[in-house]
Each structure stands twice: as C-alpha cells, then as structure tokens.
Design a protein around this ligand. Structure first.
Ligand SMILES: [Zn+2]
Length: 455
C-alpha cells in the first residue's frame, strides 16, 4: 500500500488518541498505577504466548495476579540479549531481524514495514547498535506521548493559542531515527513543522530559522547551544515562546544558556529508540514528567538494586507496556535517572525526574570555521547492519573512525564520511576507518562515542 494512504489512516486515529492522552496527563497517581499494572499484565500475557524467548524466562510468572512490585522476579534483559535473540523476542512471527535490517538499510524517508510496523535503529548512548520495532498503535501512542504536553500547554496558554503553531525542528535527517520518522508519519496541517537537518551547515539553519520565525524551537541540545551562540552574536533573530530539547542529555549550563539566549522556557524530552517517550517536560516545573502510563522505569544502581528518589541511578530498567510487538521487560538502559520527590506546579501527577545526566556530544570544529555535528557520522554509520559499535575521534584534518563489527565496503564508508565533511566546509578532509575488536571504555563502562580534538 502507498505510504501516504497508510499515513492518512494513521492520522485519522490521532484526534481520539490525543483526546485520551490529554486526559491521561490529568489522571491521579492511583489511576496511572492501575493503568501500568493492567498494561503490564497484558504485555506478560503476550510475551508468554507469542515470544519464545520470553516464554522460558517467564516460567512460573502468572500475569493475572502480577503487580509492578513483582517485576524484581523477572531477570533484566540487555541490548545484547535482544540483538542475539531478536526473532524469538518479537511477538509477531512475520518479523525478523533480517527483514527489519533490510528495511532500515533501504530507508530514504519514513516508511512502513509490512504496511504496519515502524523499525528504528539506534547507536544508543554507548554507541552499541540496536534495532527496534513498533506496532501500528504503539507508533501512534509514541507520538501522542511525546506531543501531549505541548498540546496541553497550547490549550491553557492564550498567547500561544493565538499564534500559528510553527515549529523549527533541528534533528537528524535520517528516517532510521525515531525523531525524524515520527514527525514524518504524523505531519499534519495543524502544525507547520519545518525540518532542518542537524547535519546542515549552521549558516543555512540560521537563515532558515530567521525566515520561519518559529513559535517553538525544537532540537538536540548540541544544536540548540550552537544556535544560542548565533542568537547572542545577533545572527539568529527569532523569538520562540517555547524551546524543546530532545535526544541528547541536557546539561544545566546548556539549559541556562538556551533559556537566556531566547528568553523562552525549555522543556526537555527523554525518548529512546527502545521504548519511545520515557519522560517529557511541561515548561512549568523542574526536569520532566515520566510517561507514567506508557513505561515502567526502574532507576537502579550498578548491581541492579533500586535507588531512592533524589539519588541518581547508574542505569534504568524500562518495561515498555505500550508496545507488545517488541516485548521489552526490564530492558537495561545506561541512562542515569533521578526521581524527584516533588509535585509539579502544572498539577500533573506523572512523576518528575531530573534532566537525564550523561555526556554532552560536542561538535567538532575545524580550521576555517567548519562545524561538524556528531550526527553527521551517526547518520552514515547507523545504516551499516554489521556495525556493533563505533567511536569517532577528531583529527586535525578530519576524523578517525573505529568500528567494531564490520563494514560492507570500508572504502565506500570512508568516502561517504569524507564527502559529508567536505560538504560542511572541511577542506580536503582526511577520514580513516579502522575495524577493531573492541573500543576502550571509560571508568564508567561507557564508550565516549565522539572525541573532539583537545583544545
Ligand atoms: Zn508539570
């Protein structure tokens, strides 16, 4: 079926779904808890019936009487578990990793897999590659989960409601990335979204935003911070009422710099390719609201023990109760999450977490003023199915790329990367690609994915 026809069907589902999800923002904590419990029971039933990998692991688990606190009885799962057992983990026998990989490798813009699913690939915060698939309803729910706070904000803020909803989106130009494909699936006339690939030259993004005059500025923190510099220098002349940061850790000094440069509040969004929306800010309180009806997030220490509110976790286990196609039960993410023990002035009882800590991805600056965003490398490397993880080190005239796994054609990858750098103004870029057995990890166990030249 044609993409546009499928997309229109998906869009037709949105009004009802959005109404429901706006209501959910106002649900009391107890109702949210019951919703999580009931969807968790549904997910366990699906996993036991339709996922051969989970069936063994869930032996002795009774979905009917299951409570959230019983999750500790289920062993956590990792990205390695998923990638090694993908076909047996998914609950739909039509889906295989091979099929999803071929779909992702062929993406030029948003596309449905088997007229029904969406597949996304992620390097994740550690650079280790994963492939995730969303069912029809789960894909729409992910969009609703990300967008409902903005819709609510617009409904209760007269000065926003009276201006056209124009969004300047600075994101990956990569249909294998969730931010990009969700925005394409649900593009609709009520909101004018102008997309600026983060891999574009900064001057072009600045000129485009000056033309657009967005009401909402939406982008990666690493892009927003560059735009804040452009605004302070007087090159970028826009007056957004709201800023949304997503896809990368938002550090306190970046949040402050962006708020100051644009005189607008910043809401942070924490989404993952694994589970879609995890937490979304509301512009009124600290940090972000957990999507307390869509995901179960367990902040834990290195040994997997729960950490109390106010203490940063070493990692989290996420249970994605709204996407039964890919049952993720206590899926380990290396994000550091801190539950906040306070109520938000907006009145929502979705729990608050602090902005997610982690490394800010630095752009590479080159002689002559060329600036290369890390996503330039990611957009090329994420398409390679055999790449397990990678690291990009800036060199004086280009970059050195270390790849674990394999490349179909290393010379072609090298040329593609050099071409991107040249396009962004790096003169005679020197790119080297090395296949290695493993990457050197930091003390935290994480790999620093992008290493700019010191100084
Ligand atoms: Zn709030």
């Amino acid at each position: 079926m044609e993409h546009e026809e499928l997309r229109q069907r998906h869009l037709a589902r949105l009004p009802d779904l959005m109404r429901d999800h706006l209501d959910r923002l106002r649900w009391p904590a107890e109702r949210l808890r019951l919703e999580r419990r009931d969807r968790l029971r549904d997910l366990l039933r699906v996993a036991k019936t339709s996922s051969s990998w989970h069936r063994e692991r869930l032996h002795g688990i009774d979905p009917d009487g299951f409570e959230e606190r019983d999750l500790e009885a289920i062993p956590p799962m990792t990205k390695d578990d998923l990638m090694a057992n993908w076909d047996a983990v998914v609950s739909d026998p039509r889906l295989t990793l091979d099929l999803a990989e071929r779909h992702i490798a062929g993406l030029t813009s948003d596309a449905y897999l088997l007229d029904e699913f969406h597949a996304v690939a992620s390097g994740g915060s550690t650079g280790r590659r994963g492939v995730f698939v969303f069912g029809w309803e789960a894909w729409a729910v992910a969009y609703a989960g990300f967008m409902r706070p903005a819709l609510w904000d617009r409904m209760v803020t007269p000065e926003l409601a009276e201006r056209p909803n124009t969004v300047g989106l600075i994101a990956a130009d990569n249909a294998a990335h969730m931010t990009s494909s969700l925005a394409q699936t649900f593009a609709n006339p009520a909101t004018r979204v102008e997309r600026f690939p983060v891999t574009q030259r900064l001057e072009r993004i600045v000129a485009g935003l000056n033309d657009l005059q967005p009401l909402v500025l939406f982008g990666y923190p690493s892009a927003l911070v560059m735009l804040a510099v452009e605004a302070r220098a007087g090159h970028l002349r826009i007056a957004p009422e709201r800023v949304i940061a997503s896809s990368e850790p938002l550090l306190p000094h970046v949040r402050a710099a962006v708020e100051q440069a644009f005189g607008a509040p910043v809401a942070n969004m924490y989404g993952t390719s694994e589970a879609g929306p995890m937490a979304v800010g509301c512009w009124r309180g600290p940090g972000m609201h957990l999507c307390d009806d869509l995901v179960i997030v367990e902040p834990v220490d290195r040994a997997g023990r729960p950490v109390p509110a106010g203490t940063p976790s070493d990692k989290v286990y996420v249970t994605a109760v709204s996407n039964p196609t890919l049952p993720l039960l206590r899926f380990e993410l290396s994000d550091q999450v801190t539950l906040l023990d306070q109520r938000c002035p907006c009145g929502s009882e979705h729990r608050l977490i602090a902005d997610v800590a982690g490394r800010h991805e630095d752009a590479f600056g080159y002689p002559g003023g060329a600036v290369v965003h890390p996503h330039v490398f990611a957009s090329v490397l994420v398409r390679e199915p055999a790449v397990v993880e990678y690291q990009v080190r800036q060199t004086p005239a280009g970059a050195e790329v270390l790849v674990v796994g394999g490349l179909a054609d290393p010379a072609r990858t090298r040329r593609a990367l050099a071409g991107e750098l040249a396009r962004l103004g790096v003169r005679s870029p020197d790119v080297r690609v090395h296949q290695v057995d493993q990457l050197r990890r930091q003390a935290t166990g994480k790999v620093r994915r992008y290493v700019p030249l010191a100084g």
